[in-house]
Design a protein around this ligand. Structure first.
Ligand SMILES: [Zn+2]
Length: 344
């Protein structure tokens, strides 16, 4: 199995000012880890900028022109946490476009079955008409819509393991069933959305699943959710493609997040998703980088994911069992899930 990686130094061209936690150093740390010896083999996939009409799958024309108007300007504040630099617009187009190009490569079935887009700016908070939480364009939502419009897919599973709820992605598909959005996130926490009761509306009812969790969750908790919620859900939904908002802010060393996931946890989660994709989705699995603010956490986490994607890893052993506290929190989610899905 061949794994594709998107990495390009042009993603370092977007900056939000001195001291901002979402900075080019994050990708520099990951890219330098990929230079080390013993990195699992991968094929580098060249990115391309998204066209504005592709960005418009998700975003309003007014918002796109607002972002376009920042090009070349020193800095424009788009949201309390999100600002631009002269090349941000160009970089945001490249981030979204790299997912589209990679999705096309996977769909072509020419040997690359899974891939990881190591890009920035991240995307899952970006709403139809506004930037939010370090995100400018919603890369993963644009990719999902591209798979539907260009490739005619009818069922896409988006797994969002970033510590923050992906409000932008949820809202983009809240009334639809062709994208099943599944998010695990710390709660209460930024951005404040993602409660159990948010399950979609109309045709989309039951196609948004939120797993809000108190901080302190470990590998075993995440693995339990992947095995007992995501896998059975996929076996019912039968996604034709799995997209992942991979945030490494659940890493135990992350300065923003309160979760305790280790490299073994990232490996195990990826292992389960690979098996899920092999069983139901013709191996089609595309991850994109969202958050993650510990440089060590990013390096360890990305390498653990890559090890699995390259087909080198058995599933890492997770020693601990689910805690009583987690079981209690998850029982609420199971109750809601059972309203829509025949999951034991
Ligand atoms: Zn995040």
């Amino acid at each position: 199995m061949k794994t594709g990686i998107v990495k390009d130094r042009r993603f370092l061209n977007h900056t939000m000012g001195e001291g901002h936690i979402e900075n080019p150093g994050r990708l520099e740390a990951i890219y330098s880890a990929l230079e080390e010896e013993n990195v699992p083999p991968y094929v580098e996939l060249p990115p391309r900028p998204a066209e504005e009409k592709e960005i418009a799958f998700i975003h309003s024309p007014e918002y796109i022109s607002q972002v376009r108007s920042t090009a070349g300007k020193p800095s424009v504040q788009l949201d309390p946490d999100t600002s631009t630099s002269p090349l941000s617009y160009e970089t945001a187009l490249l981030a979204a476009g790299s997912l589209l190009e990679t999705a096309d490569t996977i769909m072509a079935g020419s040997g690359i079955q899974n891939a990881f887009a190591l890009v920035r700016p991240p995307g899952h908070h970006a709403e139809k008409s506004r930037a939010m939480g370090f995100c400018i364009f919603n890369n993963i939502a644009i990719a999902a819509e591209h798979l539907i419009q260009k490739h005619g897919l009818k069922r896409i599973l988006v797994v969002d393991w970033d510590i923050h709820h992906g409000n932008g992605t949820q809202n983009a598909f809240y009334h639809r069933k062709d994208v099943l959005y599944f998010s695990i996130h710390q709660f209460p926490f930024y951005p404040g959305t993602g409660l159990w009761g948010e399950t979609g509306q109309g045709e989309g009812e039951g196609y948004t699943i939120n797993v809000p969790l108190f901080p302190g969750k470990e590998d075993a908790d995440y693995v339990f959710i992947f095995e007992n919620m995501i896998y059975p859900l996929a076996s019912e939904y039968r996604p034709e493609f799995i997209l992942v908002s991979a945030g490494f802010d659940i890493h135990r060393e992350d300065p923003l997040g309160g979760m305790e996931v280790s490299d073994r946890g990232f490996g195990a989660m990826t292992h389960i998703l690979l098996n899920t994709a092999a069983e139901f989705s013709q191996n089609r699995l595309l991850l994109t980088l969202e958050g993650g603010y510990s440089l060590t956490g990013l390096q360890e986490g990305v390498l653990a994911v890559l090890e699995q994607l390259a087909g080198n890893g058995s599933k890492p052993e997770i020693e601990k069992d689910l805690s009583v506290g987690t079981a209690r929190e998850l029982s609420q989610v199971f109750e809601i899930l059972s309203d829509y899905w025949p999951i034991p």
